[in-house]
Design a protein around this ligand. Structure first.
Ligand SMILES: NC(=O)C1=CN([C@@H]2O[C@H](COP(=O)(O)OP(=O)(O)OC[C@H]3O[C@@H](n4cnc5c(N)ncnc54)[C@H](OP(=O)(O)O)[C@@H]3O)[C@@H](O)[C@H]2O)C=CC1
Ligand SMILES: O=C(O)[C@@H]1CCC=N1
Length: 268
């Protein structure tokens, strides 16, 4: 079978996408080639997903339908040098999930090809991700449909202008890291208050999951939900007062802004 889907970089995000594309039969494993330098990682991807693997980026870049770039932004220039002069299939869609790397830089690297810049997030692994996509001028509606199909396999998809991609990266791309810290800290709080670790962790995780589900299903504004939990003179307002004193909201706002700035820097 010919290789339809080539991926350069078989790490955390590459695997998250790959696992769902295979599970949902969007691509047959025989039609997928992953280029990855680590032999152990290549062996793992073969045993787990039965995809084809190589250490030659040029072979993955020869895929007929899609070339997905899933390497770190710091090795982008080295990877592009690897690919210099190779002949690619006309109409092959290049999709980059690299934080910060702008369409302008991608267009310089792949001048003849339609390009989508995308930002998924790690809940993609369980199909609960959200990805934003922005496209170059020479992409058609068919290319966009193909990109939407790929990212819908791992969760929700939103279209954004490219100017917003760094902010998306600072919020939903990096956001799972912030939420994981919050869950860990909630569990620590439970332990500090006397709960056994296992019960504290279960309570913390399900509280965050359940609150997100409730907000999602009810479409309540978060402030409205907070008001419903907060009894006059009760426990929640005592906790909320401490969050405000410690600058909890401000810390999250600053985290998103700092990550957005870092994404902008990575593209320079
Ligand atoms: N992790 C996340 O939550 C998200 C990440 N992203 C973006 O996805 C991209 C990948 O991130 P992530 O998966 O976390 O990173 P990983 O380090 O897990 O994956 C990158 C992979 O690329 C491999 N690699 C390194 N050099 C080369 C090369 N020259 N040619 C081919 N492959 C190479 C690495 O191998 P080795 O380890 O052996 O060096 C590694 O397996 C980044 O650009 C990031 O900005 C986007 C959204 C979310
Ligand atoms: O931390 C990073 O740079 C990557 C991009 C978004 C999530 N992780």
């Amino acid at each position: 079978m010919s290789i339809k889907f080539g991926m350069i970089g078989g790490g955390v995000m590459g695997e998250a996408l790959l696992s769902r594309l295979i599970a949902q039969k969007i691509y047959d494993p025989d039609a997928v080639l992953v280029s990855e330098p680590s032999p152990a990682r290549r062996d793992f991807l073969v045993s787990q997903y039965q995809v084809q693997v190589t250490d030659d980026n040029c072979l993955a870049a020869a895929a007929t339908e899609v070339l997905l770039l899933a390497i770190k932004p710091q090795v982008f220039n080295a990877v592009v040098s690897d690919l210099a002069g190779i002949k690619v299939e006309a109409g092959q869609l290049v999709i980059s999930i690299l934080a910060g790397v702008p369409l302008k830089q991608l267009e310089w690297a792949f001048p003849a090809q339609p390009i989508i810049r995308a930002m998924p997030n790690t809940p993609a692994t369980v199909g609960a991700g959200i990805s934003a996509i922005a496209s170059s001028n020479n992409t058609t509606e068919q290319h966009l449909d193909l990109a939407r199909k790929i990212f819908q396999a791992v969760g929700e998809v939103v279209d954004v202008p490219e100017t917003l991609m760094d902010a998306v990266t600072g919020l939903s791309g990096s956001g799972p890291g912030y939420v994981a810290i919050m869950i860990e800290a909630l569990a620590d709080g439970g332990v500090a208050a006397g709960l056994p670790r296992a019960i504290a962790s279960q309570l913390a995780l399900q509280t965050v999951l359940g609150t997100a589900q409730l907000l999602h299903t009810s479409e309540l504004h978060p402030a409205e939900l907070k008001d419903r939990v907060t009894s006059p003179g009760g426990t929640t307002i005592a906790g909320v007062t401490q969050l405000e004193l410690a600058g909890f909201r401000s810390a999250l706002i600053q985290a998103v802004v700092a990550a957005t700035k870092r994404s902008q820097e990575l593209g320079k």
